[in-house]
Design a protein around this ligand. Structure first.
Ligand SMILES: Cc1ncc(COP(=O)(O)O)c(C=O)c1O
Length: 393
């Protein structure tokens, strides 16, 4: 018998609950500490909230321009000139309702039915369903743990005459690794040789702890006319619910991307756009957040280290990953995560849930560090005690 859901797209009816919803749901049910889904517990910087409140009472609350407030588009361009040395103007920037919408716009504007799109596993869970909904096929190329490096031979082997684009998430969620200069040059070479568009999800660009400034694939030779760079104020300012993001591309591309945006959300709340424009102009705000997150990251890494957990190398994002096999824990990541949340009261994300394609590694779990230090200390204590109970202490 046909059910109401059978009348809907199999791209969505076939999808399980996302791992983020599942683990957050389990955390809520059991009152566990949630180091699964990535969001800070602390409020965003006061100056940012003040700017939004001011905009609420002094600015128009009607539809802002479809491509974004000119002031925000200018602020985004100035921010990237200051932070990454990019030479952008207002016409390169389209403001979206979060990076998620930006990814959707990019895929819908670039991909045609029947195309193939290279997606690197592990991948942020938005990419593959959106590629499929656009009528194209995601072709998964694995990044191998523990360093999650790009493998040129595997990328080249995955290319076909139908390959239209690659989606590059750098820095990488979930692993927190950063593409090397050689990787960026290699990805750019392949994109140019095969006339590919690179959809560059760089939402973690400012959440870096290696003291290096982010290098965008957009800045590689030949990429100016084929890279679409995506950013998120939610990550830059630790305000994930704000959902203000943007697409950056050559003006001719940006004009077409704007058409995809026009028929998805059309626009983004103007009060938040005003506030983000103010925030981007003030380097003290990201600096303060960087200090806060450096401390929370160190607390998690040191705590795990002292409790004898093996942590994979990482340089960016709000995440750190435990290597279960190297720690001597014989459980697979999904079992570990399910048991940990129920038995120890700590929610994590099994990295295999963000993997499609063959040979998913099943020995890595992701933990979010942007939490108060006392929360991290309590979570690490629970992890260590639970592990002792497993007989591996
Ligand atoms: C790689 C990546 N892309 C996009 C997003 C979504 O960003 P936004 O909240 O701005 O839609 C996230 C959020 O975690 C992410 O990790």
């Amino acid at each position: 018998m046909t059910t109401p859901a059978d009348r809907l797209s199999p791209v969505y009816t076939g999808l399980p609950l996302t791992i983020f919803e599942r683990m957050s749901g389990l955390a809520r049910e059991s009152g566990a500490i949630n180091l699964g889904q990535g969001f800070p517990d602390d409020p965003p910087p006061q100056a940012l909230s003040d700017a939004a409140v001011r905009a609420f009472s002094t600015r128009s609350q009607q539809y802002p321009p479809m491509t974004g407030l000119p002031e925000l588009r200018d602020a985004v361009a100035a921010f990237y000139a200051r932070e990454q040395g990019l030479d952008l103007a207002r016409d390169h920037v389209v403001v979206t309702s979060g990076a998620t919408e930006a990814v959707a716009c990019a895929i819908l504007a670039v991909v045609r039915p029947g195309d193939e799109v290279i997606v690197f596993s592990p991948a942020y869970d938005v990419y593959a369903p959106m590629v499929r909904r656009a009528g194209a096929t995601p072709v998964f190329v694995p990044l191998a743990p523990p360093l999650w490096c790009y493998d040129e031979a595997r990328i080249r082997a995955a290319l076909t005459p139908r390959t239209r684009a690659m989606i590059v998430n750098d820095p990488l969620n979930p692993a927190g690794t950063v593409a090397s200069d050689d990787d960026l040059a290699m990805l750019a070479r392949i994109a140019c040789e095969h006339d590919l568009v690179a959809i560059c999800d760089e939402v973690w660009e400012t959440v870096r702890f290696d003291g290096r400034r982010h290098r965008s694939l957009l800045a590689e030779p030949g990429m100016e006319s084929r890279a679409i760079k995506i950013g998120s104020a939610g990550k830059i300012f630790g305000a994930t619910g704000w959902k203000v993001g943007w697409l950056i591309g050559a003006p001719e591309m940006a004009a077409v991307l704007a058409k995809a945006h026009q028929f998805l959300t059309f626009t983004t709340p103007p009060m938040l756009q005003w506030a983000v424009a103010e925030g981007l102009a003030d380097p003290a705000i990201p600096r303060a957040l960087h200090e806060r997150w450096s401390a929370s990251r160190l607390a998690l890494l040191n705590g795990l280290f002292e409790a004898d957990f093996a942590v994979t190398a990482n340089a960016a994002t709000w995440f750190a990953c435990i290597d279960l096999a190297a720690t001597g824990i014989a459980l697979d990541d999904a079992t570990f995560a399910e048991r940990l949340v129920r038995e120890a009261g700590v929610a994590t994300i099994p990295v295999s849930a963000l993997w499609e394609g063959d040979a998913a590694p099943t020995h890595v779990v992701r933990l979010c560090h942007c939490k108060p230090l006392a929360t991290i200390e309590e979570a690490v204590g629970r992890l260590a005690r639970w592990r002792e109970g497993l007989g591996h202490g």
